[in-house]
Design a binder for this molecule. Structure first.
Ligand code: 7TS
Length: 404
């Protein structure tokens, strides 16, 4: 049984007051909150077995190594990767994307084409632009429509034997659109292109199966799925990870070093130079355990209820416009009040204890499409409630009155 009141007890931060009001946390798309079960794992690590990994004969180092590698296995199982060495531990989605973009420098030629979508976060645009600058490859963009959906007929028109890579997010951070990634992957593979899916916004809501998707690369951040900041994962098919050169040089990623020649370690260590975020990696595994205990089916169903309820209630406010009305969308609502700057609304909502994000959400091309400076974004998680949505609606009405 899904009981939101029981779940809320797992999150100490939800008891906080902000500006004298009970905190209403609706900035989950920026970062999710952390349950006590994950906080306990972090405290346990620093209290009992903090040590560097993969290099110590001593007990603490072995314990830390075991737990870190167990976390990799949990991540492998969660995403259904074929082998644990196809999971590269990163500092987050941005790191994973840059690792792949850097690796493709050696694999692209002038005139090759790579495709992104109009719905991307800047972290899934800028590294590819930099790759194009380095290689002379050409960046093409899948357009979006007024609902905030990608236009699939335009996508298939862009594909050709020149297409080498396609990069699309699984779910848009700014609008909540769920993209048809199965179709996107299948069509890209038909012309021989590789696909990277940015799963930063999907992983808090769904459990991706990388083998069923047949995706080449999939990236995510722990902090969006109840884990800590500064850690994430890159899944890559073994054949692709073997083709890509190392991203950073340093300790841990080598087989043998001399001044004349260095050979690299096998996967996954070839891509893991230096001391990683050990505690973060272990806590990422704990976060995955926590979310699976609640269950992704239950999470998705409940969040959908919240989305439908909030959409209906917010639309009752005169002059309120929602951006992103895709048929397939997750629990993100981007909106504006007519004639009022989103930042002013966000500031007043904060005064009333409600945390939302305002601005362009690192997705300026989407804001340019709608010809707006930004939006107010309320993003819901499974620990939010309808009562909190009522608080948002009434605070938004108050803000509208004060700012009109
Ligand atoms: N891709 C998407 C789709 C994202 O939403 C984000 C972060 C990133 C990549 C980058 O993730 P990071 O963990 O490497 O920073 N999105 C947001 C957001 O919507 N508000 O704050 C961060």
């Amino acid at each position: 049984m899904f009981n939101v009141e029981t779940i809320r007890k797992d999150f100490p931060i939800l008891k906080r007051q902000v500006n004298g009001k009970s905190l209403v946390y609706f900035d989950n798309a920026a970062t999710s909150q952390t349950p006590q079960q994950v906080i306990d794992v972090i405290v346990d690590y620093y209290s009992n077995y903090n040590a560097n990994i993969h290099r110590g004969v001593h007990t603490l180092s072995q314990e830390a190594t075991d737990k870190y590698e167990q976390a990799r296995l949990k991540i492998q199982k969660h995403f259904n990767a074929k082998a644990s060495h196809e999971i590269i531990m990163t500092s987050g989605t941005t790191h994973g994307i840059n690792l792949v973009a850097s690796g493709f420098t050696a694999l692209l030629e002038k005139g090759d084409e790579i495709i992104v979508s109009a719905l991307e976060h800047h972290s899934n645009i800028v590294p590819w632009q930099m790759l194009c600058e380095r290689t002379g490859a050409i960046l093409k963009v899948i357009p979006m429509n007024d609902e905030g959906e990608l236009v699939m007929s335009a996508y298939t028109d862009l594909l050709s034997d020149k297409t080498k890579l396609v990069f699309v997010n699984h779910i848009s951070n700014a609008l909540g659109t769920i993209n048809p990634i199965e179709f996107i992957i299948q069509k890209a593979h038909a012309v021989g292109a590789a696909v990277l899916i940015d799963g930063a916004q999907a992983c808090p809501h769904v459990k991706p199966d990388v083998q069923a998707l047949d995706v080449d690369f999939y990236v995510a951040s722990a902090h969006k799925m109840c884990g800590p900041t500064g850690v994430g994962m890159l899944y890559g098919k073994e054949e692709w990870l073997n083709k890509l050169p190392p991203y950073q040089g340093g300790g841990e990623m080598i087989a043998e070093v001399t001044f004349e020649n260095t050979t690299y370690a096998d996967l996954p260590h070839k891509f893991e130079a230096g001391t990683p975020n050990i505690c973060g990696g272990i806590a990422f595994g704990a976060a995955i355990d926590y979310m699976n205990t609640i269950g992704f089916d239950k999470i998705a169903a409940y969040e959908h209820e919240l989305l439908d309820y909030a959409t209906a209630e917010l639309l009752k406010i005169e002059g309120l416009k929602i951006y992103g009305t895709a048929k397939e969308k997750t629990s993100v609502i981007s909106f504006n009040l007519e004639g009022i700057h989103p930042y002013d609304v966000g500031t007043l909502l904060d005064k009333m204890g409600i945390a939302v994000r305002t601005g362009h959400h690192c997705a300026q091309p989407i804001m340019n499409y709608f010809k707006i400076p930004g939006t107010i974004r309320a993003s819901f998680a499974f620990y939010n409630t309808k009562e909190e949505i009522d608080a948002l609606v009434s605070a938004t009405k108050k803000a509208q009155l004060m700012l009109s």
